[in-house]
Each structure stands twice: as structure tokens, then as C-alpha cells.
Design a protein around this ligand. Structure first.
Ligand code: PLP
Length: 271
């Protein structure tokens, strides 16, 4: 069975983070191995506390997985500290991790900063250039590039700036006004994926679902274009199946669409 390794934070609500990644990866027919980078305490009422797992402990978890299993792809989610950013850079280098998809989680949907201020520059200068694909939403693309990102054109420009640092880029456009447009920027050029706007109020976890579905696709051998198209479908289905949770928000449901088994669709589409 394919194994996808997710290196990400824990969300006790079960909606985002490593919990969302596990559901998504299993939905796509792969096994999810996990290394927890941060333990958050959060609910629909807000982000209450964050405990960063020390860098050497992130490394120990990943190395325990690698001692037994060779993952076909890796998803990186929330990292809080400079130490965590450097630990992950070192793991990518030392183990030549394959198909590394970085979801640049900067702020919690519950409110509050997730990546420490002092870690932002090393995140951009040391981590982003080492990964294969980075998947910011428009707010993250704006924060990372220091540019406004409020139109598809601006999303393309931000994608180009991030591509200049090395990795391929998908800017997810779910929060763009008007139609949803995701931008893929890779060596072959820039492509736009258009979709109708979903009436999906329960979106906590959607970025996690997209990035782990992308990693699962790349791990199955799909090309970046096909893996992006499929990850969009998976994220949209999870949004459509989302449900209210707690007092103030709702979560996506990566397993809520079992009527679309989805497992063999990369082969059908080719890469
Ligand atoms: N990872 C963790 C641990 C989180 O708490 C959050 C958001 O609160 C995320 C990732 C990102 O969530 P989303 O997929 O909604 O962007």
C-alpha cells in the first residue's frame, strides 16, 4: 500500500491538521503515517494554546517512520517554531524526501498566529526552496509575498514570485471574490482551474484536505496537473459534505463522499 507521510499539527476538534490529513489520505486509498509538529488546543471559540513539539522530537518521529516504511510523498502542514522549520529542512535534505507538498499554514481559522514571526524569513528562504510544491491560499500567498492577492491576476503574480524561489505553486482561490480560480504555476507555465463558487460555510480543514490529497496523488504517480485537478475535486467534495461542529463553525468532511470511491481515478485520467 502507498504510504503518505504527513508532518503537521494536531487539531483536537478533528477538523483540520493531522486529523484531516489522515482521513483524506485514507480516502484516497493510501496509508497515512504521521509526525506531529505542534499540539494545539482550539475549538470553534478560538485558539487557546499551542505546544510546539521540539525539533529533535519531530525528527525522531519522522525517522521512526522512515526506518520501517518508504513514503511515496510527504505533506507538511503547521510548523510553529524556527526550530521546527530547521528540523524539517534537515529531514528533507538528509532523507531526500520525495514529492514534498508544503501547506504554508500561517494563521488558524479559529483566529491567531500559527507560525512564529522569527520563523517566517527562514520558512521562505530555507524551507520553501527545498519542497516540491507549495499550496498557499490567497491570504497566505499575500503574507508570503508581501503583495495584495485579491484577483486571479494578483494570485498569478504571487504564484510567480513563489515559483521564483524554486517549488511549483498552487494558489488556492476559494476565497477570491467571484468565481473560484486555483492557479497552478510550474515549469510548463501557468494554468487556471475554474470552478463555480460553492455554498460551503463549513470550511475548517479545507487547506489540509487539498494539500494532503495533492500529496496522495503525486505519491500514486500522477503528474502535477492531474494531481491538482483531483485534489480540487476531493477538497470541493469535502466542502460540500461539511457539517456544523461546536458553536461557531463547521468542518469539512473528507470521508463524506464515499459514494465516489475515487481510488483509481488517476489511472483513468492519466497524468
Ligand atoms: N493545521 C492545524 C493544526 C490547524 O489548527 C489549522 C487551522 O486552524 C490548519 C492546519 C489549517 O486549517 P485549514 O485547512 O482550515 O487552512
Amino acid at each position: 500500500m502507498n504510504t503518505i507521510l504527513t508532518i503537521a499539527g494536531s487539531d483536537p476538534s478533528g477538523g483540520a491538521g493531522v486529523q484531516a490529513d489522515i482521513k483524506t489520505i485514507h480516502r484516497l486509498g493510501a496509508h497515512a503515517a504521521t509526525a506531529v509538529t505542534v499540539v494545539t488546543a482550539q475549538s470553534s471559540q478560538g485558539l487557546q494554546a499551542v505546544f510546539p513539539v521540539p525539533g529533535p522530537w519531530i525528527e525522531k518521529q519522522v525517522e521512526a517512520v522512515l526506518s520501517d516504511v518508504t513514503p511515496q510523498a510527504v505533506k507538511i502542514g503547521m510548523l510553529k517554531t524556527l526550530e521546527a522549520v530547521r528540523a524539517v529542512c534537515s529531514l528533507i535534505e538528509r532523507h531526500r524526501l520525495p514529492h514534498v507538498v508544503l501547506d504554508p499554514v500561517l494563521r488558524a481559522s479559529a483566529g491567531g498566529r500559527l507560525l512564529d514571526e522569527e520563523a517566517v524569513k527562514p520558512f521562505l528562504e530555507e524551507l520553501v526552496p527545498r519542497v516540491h510544491v507549495v499550496t498557499p491560499n490567497i491570504d497566505e500567498a499575500a503574507l508570503l509575498t508581501g503583495r495584495p492577492v485579491a484577483t486571479p491576476g494578483e494570485a498569478e503574480e504571487a504564484a510567480g514570485v513563489l515559483k521564483g524561489l524554486g517549488p511549483d505553486v498552487v494558489v488556492t482561490g476559494g476565497h477570491l471574490p467571484g468565481a473560484c480560480v486555483d492557479i497552478l504555476c510550474h515549469a510548463g507555465g501557468v494554468e487556471r482551474f475554474h470552478g463555480n463558487r460553492l455554498e460551503a460555510p463549513f470550511a475548517h480543514g479545507s487547506g489540509c484536505v487539498f494539500s494532503s490529497a495533492l500529496a496522495a496523488g503525486l505519491g500514486r504517480g500522477a503528474g502535477l496537473r492531474a494531481a491538482t485537478a483531483r485534489a480540487r475535486e476531493v477538497a470541493r467534495e469535502a466542502l460540500n459534505a461539511g457539517y456544523a461542529l461546536g458553536n461557531d463553525w463547521g468542518v469539512v468532511h473528507p470521508l463524506g463522499v464515499a459514494r465516489f470511491p475515487g481510488v483509481n481515478r488517476f489511472e483513468e485520467r492519466g497524468s
